[in-house]
Design a protein around this ligand. Structure first.
Ligand SMILES: [Fe+2]
Length: 313
């Protein structure tokens, strides 16, 4: 059955009333967005001949998604975070602010207020004895390659099970989360453990939808970064470790060629000693280039709900 009702006065009138166009008050921006979104939902129902059964399945799915707390996980899975990045890249290009280390998505698992230290931090709590020790180093510079001291490199990553502290209550507070202020040479060094890739909760709503799409819900082993310094554009990015099965097949679409880094196994005892280690380790190097800007709005990360943000300094 194919019926067309979208162009009728009745439906147009309904959409205007839904969006509150015939009422004083409210928020004009919200009205405009709701009108457009509901129009597009109605149009989808018409074009694809969505049945009431399908419609109600979707409603119950949204309910369950909220109960799971997975809306911010489904979003990257559906490419929305990536799309926002594409738009911000295009805006930067238009404003002459392209260049520097590329951005990529934040993901939903940042926790504000991680311990802060100068130059170096140990990120793991030492409890995972099976983990491979990682030395993560890098130089933060401006676009001309000049080292930037006092940049804040805020790093977070998963453990060997792909789980993040705070969200995984079995881990110690702020495990694998640190803020490192670059030293006078613009360098940061972290001792941590090589993370495993992340997988969506298998019974969760995100994976349920991905299954319907014939897609997996895996991310490669990766490390998240916020990098900031006054007068420079805030950078939200991640590195993906090369060689992971999912490096180029990330369900969250965060991989960018410039952000794939090698994890190099180091057996040399003398090199290990340089980092205070007495055995082999894996070294990951990630140099970061920030772009200068006088636009203060671009110097801070954009607002969204983050764990403990506003509660910690
Ligand atoms: Fe992540």
């Amino acid at each position: 059955m194919t019926v067309k009702t979208m162009q009728t006065a009745e439906v147009k009138d309904l959409l205007e009333k839904v969006a509150g166009f015939n009422k004083e008050g409210g928020n004009e921006r919200v009205k405009t967005i709701v009108h457009r979104v509901m129009h597009d939902v109605f149009q989808t129902i018409e074009d694809l001949d969505i049945t009431p059964d399908e419609f109600w399945q979707a409603v119950y799915y949204v309910n369950a998604l909220g109960q799971n707390g997975e809306a911010a996980l489904l979003a990257p899975g559906l490419g929305m975070d990536k799309y926002l990045d594409i738009r911000m890249d295009a805006e930067d290009a238009q404003a002459g602010l392209a260049g520097g280390t590329p951005r990529t998505i934040e993901g939903p698992l940042y926790v504000a207020g991680a311990p802060k230290s100068e130059g170096f931090a140990r990120m793991d709590d030492g409890t995972d004895e099976t983990a491979e020790t990682m030395i993560l180093t890098g130089l933060v510079t401006d676009e001309n390659g000049q080292p930037l001291a006092n940049a804040v490199v805020d790093i977070w990553h998963a453990n060997t099970k792909g789980a993040y502290s705070y969200f995984d209550q079995s881990q110690s507070e702020y495990n694998l989360r640190r803020r490192i202020v670059t030293d006078e040479n613009g360098r940061y060094t972290a001792r941590s453990i090589i993370p495993a890739g992340y997988g969506c909760p298998p019974e969760g709503c995100t994976q349920q939808l991905l299954n319907e799409l014939g897609r997996h819900g895996n991310r490669p082993a990766h490390i998240h970064f916020f990098v900031s310094k006054p007068e420079y554009k805030h950078l939200t990015t991640q590195i993906n470790l090369a060689g992971d099965e999912y490096t180029y097949d990330d369900f969250a679409f965060a991989t960018r060629e410039e952000l794939v880094v090698d994890a190099v196994r180091v057996e040399d005892a003398a090199k290990a000693e340089l980092f205070g280690l007495n055995g082999p380790f894996t070294q990951v190097e990630f140099n970061i280039q920030l772009v200068a800007t006088d636009k203060s709005a671009l110097q801070a990360r954009h607002e969204r709900k983050r764990a403990l943000e506003g509660e910690t300094a």
